[in-house]
Write a protein that binds this ligand. Structure first.
Ligand code: NAP
Length: 226
């Protein structure tokens, strides 16, 4: 039965585009609001597209009324152009979105972070991801599901040479990543998206973090609830 509203940011991205298709197919959602800086060019009776400048997200605060929030936002330092610009997207935009949605009544949030996220890390990327997780946790969501994938596998329109090489190498080595190293195995972006949807449509109260194995086990829930 349709009763809930989902709010999705990052719908034009690798994980986010899979997430959008899954959300539109979920009977539990009557409406799917997408926050995007460029139109998706997609029509669906459930879909409500809100084109925003994330620098001015608070201007759209009243359009962020939803039950469940899915955040698949992110950039790379190369695309962003500087550490500061990277942090603006991967930390500030994510925390702003989570805060504004929470203030509008959202109680459940699924966030894509990264394996190794740690606000005390000496690695800048992992530190920013850890700070984002920490600051989102402080917002008081009843359900917070944080996903920590390693390399994402999937068809990207944009070429990311370094990521493609690292992903190819880790795919070759994947079988050797056993025990505590399993969390570094590459994973399909579609599987991460399914786990996010699966975790919120059949949610359990509390804050949870999911690496490789947990993502694999949550993913089938999304299909099971259609
Ligand atoms: N790639 C990996 O191997 C990997 C591994 C671990 C974790 N992660 C994390 O997983 C998450 C999802 O990754 P992904 O590969 O699916 O991301 P992606 O394909 O690069 O998509 C990112 C999304 O964020 C949006 N975005 C980026 N910069 C923006 C800006 N300045 N203003 C507004 N929107 C902006 C993009 O919108 P536009 O289309 O308009 O640019 C897109 O919708 C990210 O947080 C990433 O850090 C990725």
């Amino acid at each position: 039965m349709s009763s809930r509203t989902a709010l999705l940011a990052g719908a034009t991205g690798l994980v986010g585009s899979h997430c959008l298709s899954l959300l539109l197919a979920q009977p539990i959602y009557a409406r799917v609001i997408v926050l995007t800086r460029r139109s998706l060019g997609r029509n669906d009776a459930k879909l409500q597209e809100v084109v925003v400048d994330f620098e001015r997200l608070s201007d759209h605060a009243r359009e962020l009324g939803a039950d469940d929030v899915y955040c698949c936002l992110g950039t790379t330092r190369k695309v962003a152009g500087s550490d500061e610009a990277f942090r603006r997207v991967d930390h500030d935009y994510v925390v702003d979105l989570a805060r504004l949605a929470r203030e509008n009544g959202a109680t459940r949030l699924a966030l894509v972070s990264s394996v190794g996220a740690d606000r005390r890390s000496s690695n800048f990327y992992l530190r920013v991801k850890g700070e984002t997780e920490h600051d989102v946790q402080a917002l008081g969501y009843e359900v917070l599901e944080v996903f920590r994938p390693s390399f994402l596998v999937g068809a990207r329109s944009e070429r990311r040479a370094a990521e493609a090489v690292a992903s190819a190498v880790s795919r070759v080595l994947s079988g050797g990543l056993v025990g505590p190293l399993r969390k570094y195995r590459p994973i399909e972006a579609s599987t991460v998206a399914a786990a996010m949807v699966g975790a919120l449509v059949q949610s359990e109260p509390g804050h949870h973090e999911h690496a490789f194995d947990a993502i694999l086990s949550l993913a089938p829930r999304a299909a099971a609830s259609v």
